[in-house]
Design a protein around this ligand. Structure first.
Ligand code: NDP
Ligand code: GDR
Length: 370
């Protein structure tokens, strides 16, 4: 039985990857951070009572900022594969916490690679590094491929640039099976609530149900190549099953503006929007409601721009070229943007129908979302 260790197992990708590896017969170990509230919502359905025999899912307390703890866990687990998904992953927040982001996202990767080396596991343990399309940053050429130069535009991306190159360096210096997946944005109903897609699908569902009036967003012109996280964790696994370690771009090859994602999310609920104005003055209004369940007043302003969400330096356009992954990994995404939006909106609708029921029963329902 193969043994995998996942950092960031409590995150969006960690949860889908854990499910995938368990379905393939792996013993899965994950690192979770201590927090004052339980933070295992996304993986609670995988929990196995440690008192039972034949446990295949084990969680360890740890943190990428603590080398001693990483060395101990890697020694204990002796993993065949490590997936380093743990990170402070919010680009905008990295401008507020740049040093912490550098420590966890950059030096954290080094700590993990060193743990493998110190423990003499260089030729046993394969490692996947969660690299990112944010490395491309300022647009130099499109579509972006493995050969496109990097120009990071945030403390997050600069930290990930260090992680990318230290992974390449350990591969070349010590012959480690270490590879970078340069993944473009991928989303799902499990996406963190403050990333733009989930913020939009949650708000669309809540506005349709009358639980929220308006959605405030930042740059509506930004273009992203959005895929589904379920497809992308499959690519991570495939990268560690090759004969030789290599770096791969994982993307759909289709790009969409934030504004169009908003339109599609509302359309999924039968609500048509139109946009007026530009930049910080742009607003989105209801022009038609085709679903008898959701009849919002025509003309109602449901989207507005709040400059507080603008970033000091922005990544305007991402569109990936996944040809190498198609050819060498045999990987192709199953979800297109329409299927992704439908999956997310329908899941949020179901989630917030519960809130609507609670409100009807006289309970207070939270109104504020970032
Ligand atoms: P999430 O933000 O959903 O999950 C991040 C995970 O990292 C969580 O489990 C979090 O724990 C954990 N974590 C945060 N800080 C630390 C720390 N100091 N020590 C240990 N663990 C920590 O991210 P995603 O699942 O979306 O992304 C997974 C990885 O892929 C990240 O590295 C991200 O940067 C990268 N990536 C993501 C893309 C995307 O579009 N989703 C695209 C390209 C790269 P907790 O739950 O306690 O917060
Ligand atoms: P990104 O994702 O920065 O690409 O990083 P995010 O969803 O945060 O932003 C995408 C684009 O939408 C614009 N935007 C807003 N973003 C947020 N979060 N909130 C808003 O209100 C808003 N309005 C407009 C942003 O300016 C941006 O252009 C994600 C993360 O998962 C990273 O960890 C990962 O490396 C990259 O994707 C690939």
């Amino acid at each position: 039985m193969k043994r995998a260790l996942i950092t960031g197992i409590t995150g969006q990708d960690g949860a889908y990857l854990a499910e995938l590896l368990l379905s393939k017969g792996y013993e899965v170990h994950g690192i979770k951070r201590r927090s004052s509230l339980l933070n295992t919502d996304r993986i609670d359905h995988l929990y196995q009572d440690p008192h039972e025999p034949d446990i295949r899912f084990v969680l360890h307390y740890g943190d990428l900022s603590d080398a001693t703890n990483l060395i101990r866990i890697v020694q204990e687990v002796q993993p065949d594969e490590i997936y380093n998904l743990g990170a402070m992953s919010h680009v905008k927040v990295s401008f507020d916490t740049p040093e912490y982001t550098a420590d966890v996202d950059g030096v954290g990767t080094l700590r993990l690679l060193e743990a493998i080396r110190i423990l003499g596991l260089t030729h046993k343990t394969r490692i996947y590094q969660a690299s990112t399309s944010e490395l491309y940053g300022l647009v130099q050429q499109v579509p972006q491929s493995e050969a496109t130069p990097f120009y990071p535009r945030s403390p997050y991306a600069v930290a990930k640039l260090y992680a990318y190159w230290i992974t390449v360096n350990y591969r070349e210096a010590y012959g480690m099976y270490a590879c970078n997946g340069i993944l473009f944005n991928h989303e799902s109903p499990r996406r963190g609530e403050t990333f733009v897609t989930r913020k939009i699908t949650r708000a669309a569902a809540r506005i349709a149900l009358g639980l929220q009036d308006k959605l405030y967003l930042g740059n509506l012109d930004a273009k992203r190549d959005w895929g589904h996280a379920k497809d992308y964790v499959e690519a991570m696994w495939r990268m560690l099953q090759q004969d030789q370690p290599e770096d791969f771009v994982i993307a759909t090859g289709v790009t969409t503006t934030v504004r169009d994602f908003v339109r599609q999310a509302f359309r999924e609920l039968g609500i048509e929007l139109t946009f007026f104005g530009e930049g910080a003055d742009e607003t989105g209004h209801v022009v038609a409601c085709h679903n008898p369940e959701f009849q919002l007043p025509l003309g109602q302003e449901v989207v507005a721009v709040d400059a507080a969400y603008f970033r000091p330096t922005e990544v305007e356009l991402l569109i990936g070229d996944p040809t190498k992954a198609h050819e060498k990994l045999g990987w192709k995404p199953r979800y297109d943007l329409g299927a992704l939006v439908a999956d997310m909106v329908q899941a949020d609708l179901e989630l917030f129908r519960r809130d609507a029921t609670l409100r009807e029963a006289g309970h207070q329902v939270l109104n504020y979302y970032e």
